[in-house]
Design a protein around this ligand. Structure first.
Ligand code: HEC
Length: 116
């Protein structure tokens, strides 16, 4: 039985390193498409050990399991970004109001002070 991890190590790493693969976070459907293309490459490029269909299926399942969680990561990132934006907005509007009030009062008092 072909193990997905072994297939990736033995067949996928023939042509590129692990980082090429681990930088991709795709769902099973997209991995299916990618591995099919890679299978074609492995069959067409001379001197490569071709990826068989059972190996491709095993690799796809493995990749979707270990590299298919992008949605969750994204979600967490979105939430973090939203919080940061809210904080920045609050800080900006505080600073803006304070500034305007401060400057207005300061200038008013200043001019009146000098005039009198
Ligand atoms: C025969 C050589 C070969 C083998 C074997 C191979 N790849 Fe590739 N792979 C390539 C080439 C060439 C590219 C660049 C293709 C391009 O630029 O469109 C690539 C690109 C990729 C990419 C980048 C995304 C993309 O669509 O361009 C991923 C991810 C990837 N391969 C995963 C795999 C996986 C997973 C396997 C094993 C199932 C595998 N590769 C096996 C040659 C290979």
């Amino acid at each position: 039985m072909a193990q997905g991890r072994d297939v990736v190590a033995a067949k996928c790493f023939q042509c590129h390193g692990a980082s090429m693969i681990t930088s991709e976070h795709e769902d099973a459907r997209k991995w299916n498409r990618i591995t099919r293309e890679m299978q074609r490459f492995s069959q067409r490029i001379p001197g490569k050990n071709p990826i068989s269909e059972p190996e491709r299926v095993a690799a796809t399942a493995y990749l979707a399991r270990i590299l298919g969680e992008k949605d969750d990561d994204d979600h967490q990132e979105d939430e973090r970004e939203e919080e940061e934006e809210k904080e920045e907005e609050a800080a900006a509007s505080d600073a803006g109001d304070g500034d305007q009030r401060g400057r207005g009062r300061g200038r008013g008092r200043g001019r009146r002070g000098r005039g009198a």
